[in-house]
Structure formats: structure tokens, C-alpha cells
Design a protein around this ligand. Structure first.
Ligand code: ATP
Ligand code: MG
Length: 249
């Protein structure tokens, strides 16, 4: 997928590839320059976690899949970093769960919105929401409050990867089930989530899709049991401990 030359046996191959995708996203007008900083922050936590999916994150990913399958109207929120890193993987997750895709940007510009919509379409999406912007999230300033009223506005379950803390809190206050992917368990986004997934987005999205496919034929009772058994505080504590002590495996 990449036009750069990183030797595959380089010990940090995955990390360098990810970094290049973000750079590429900036060049294509998909990712903001702020997104580069967010990526750097994420890499730090991923390094401390051992660049792997820790067991508590795997449990969160399974719970997230169950929530998406139980949802009346699930929506996957897409920003510039996510679009650069996992566009095709998001389209697959949307298909596996019947979710809508909606572009949602912290620094909203029409050009970047359109570039991301086009990028997702190139990766197989048919409908991408976000351009109508006829709904508002209460409690946020004008530009950052914009959503589609028949998208995130109407959703009962929202996957918000790498969401800004403020908006994550505002969405939670609207009573939506929030599935947050964020490598920092102490960020306000992770703290306000119904399901905090402390894992790299490049691992988290394919993992959630795999769980969703495995659970596709499960009964609602079985899905509900998975949701009920998931303990968000325990997951956040386990992730923080893994970062501080290198434990949990
Ligand atoms: P807040 O407390 O408001 O949430 P923040 O430090 O999280 O503040 P953001 O701009 O939301 O500020 O930072 C982006 C977040 O996304 C960081 O927590 C970072 O760890 C996380 N992140 C960055 N890249 C990835 C990635 N590839 N996968 C998962 N999480 C990531
Ligand atoms: Mg955050």
C-alpha cells in the first residue's frame, strides 16, 4: 500500500509505515498538521504498551463489536488521522456491523471534509455522511458541534477513534454509547467512554471487525452478556498498569 522504501525486517517497520501514512495524509489534504502531533502522542503510549493489543483491550474490542451489533443505529466517526491510517478497514467494519460512516473533524474545513469523503469512497465506501451538517451536539462551539442529524445526531452507538476530549464528553452527555479508541487511558476521551479501547487504531479496527464477524450469528442475549460483563474501569486500570509497569499479558 505504500510507496516508501522501508525494509520489512526493520524492527520498527509497522511504526514507520504508520508514520508514513499520516505524512501522506497531510500531503493529500486528509490529515491536519495537528494530526501529526496527535500521532506522535499516540506512538509514545503504543511504545510503552509494547505495540501490542493487551488482553483488556482485546476484551474491549469484543464488547465494542457486541455493542455495534446490538445497536439500532451505529455510526463510525472518521477524522483525518483515522482516514489516513485505516480507510479500507473502516469500510469493512461498517459492512460487518451495518454502521454508517460519518466524517467529523476537530478543525473542520469543507476541503478536508470532501477529501476524506472521496478517500473513503476510493476505499469502497458507498455512502459517507458528514457533509450535510444539519445537526448540532449541544454544549460545543459552532464548527465543532456540527453533525448530520440522520448520522451521529440520530445514532445510539458511536465509535469515535482518537476523538478530542471535549467532544467525547459532549457526545457522552447526549446519552450515546461511546466506543473510544485512544492509546492514552488517561485522556478525557478514554475516561468518558462507555467502552475505552486502549489500542492502536491500526490494530483495533481489524480486531473489532473480526469479533463482529465471529458474533454475527450470536443471539441478542449472548451479545448483551458480553456487554454486561465488560468493566470499563477495570480496563482503564489494566491499561494504565501495563503502561506504568509493562505488565498485563
Ligand atoms: P484530551 O484529554 O482532551 O482527550 P488528548 O491529549 O487526548 O487530550 P488529542 O488531540 O485528542 O488530545 O490527542 C489525540 C489522542 O489520540 C491521544 O490521546 C493519542 O494517544 C491518541 N492517538 C494518536 N494516534 C493514535 C492511534 N494511531 N491509535 C490510537 N490512539 C491514537
Ligand atoms: Mg483525546
Amino acid at each position: 500500500m505504500s510507496d516508501i522504501d522501508i525494509p520489512e525486517d526493520h524492527p520498527r517497520y509497522e511504526s514507520l509505515l504508520t508514520r508514513h501514512r499520516i505524512e501522506d495524509g497531510v500531503d493529500k489534504g486528509i490529515t491536519s498538521r495537528q494530526g501529526l502531533i496527535a500521532q506522535g502522542r499516540g506512538e509514545t503510549f503504543d511504545y510503552l504498551l509494547g505495540e501490542r493489543t493487551i488482553p483488556s483491550a482485546a476484551a474491549a474490542e469484543r464488547a465494542a463489536a457486541a455493542y455495534l451489533l446490538l445497536a439500532e443505529h451505529p455510526v463510525l466517526s472518521v477524522n483525518g488521522n483515522v482516514a489516513a491510517l485505516v480507510p479500507g478497514e473502516l469500510v469493512e467494519l461498517a459492512e460487518a456491523t451495518g454502521a454508517d460512516l460519518e466524517v467529523n473533524l476537530f478543525n473542520r474545513t469543507e476541503a478536508r471534509m470532501q477529501a476524506i469523503v472521496d478517500h473513503l469512497r476510493e476505499h469502497g465506501a458507498d455512502e459517507v455522511k458528514g457533509l450535510t451538517a444539519d445537526g448540532r451536539i449541544p454544549g460545543l462551539s459552532h464548527e465543532r458541534a456540527k453533525v448530520d442529524s440522520d448520522g451521529i445526531g440520530d445514532a445510539d452507538v458511536v465509535l469515535v477513534p482518537l476523538e478530542d476530549g471535549d467532544r467525547a464528553e459532549a457526545l457522552a452527555a447526549m446519552g450515546k454509547v461511546e466506543l473510544v479508541v485512544d492509546l492514552n487511558p488517561m485522556s478525557r476521551s478514554a475516561q468518558s467512554a462507555t467502552v475505552p479501547i486502549v489500542d492502536n487504531i491500526v490494530r483495533a479496527v481489524p480486531n473489532i471487525t473480526r469479533h463482529a464477524r465471529e458474533l454475527a450469528t450470536s443471539s441478542r442475549e449472548e451479545l448483551q452478556r458480553i456487554v454486561d460483563e465488560f468493566d470499563r474501569d477495570e480496563a482503564l486500570a489494566a491499561a494504565e498498569q501495563a503502561i506504568r509497569e509493562g505488565g498485563e499479558d
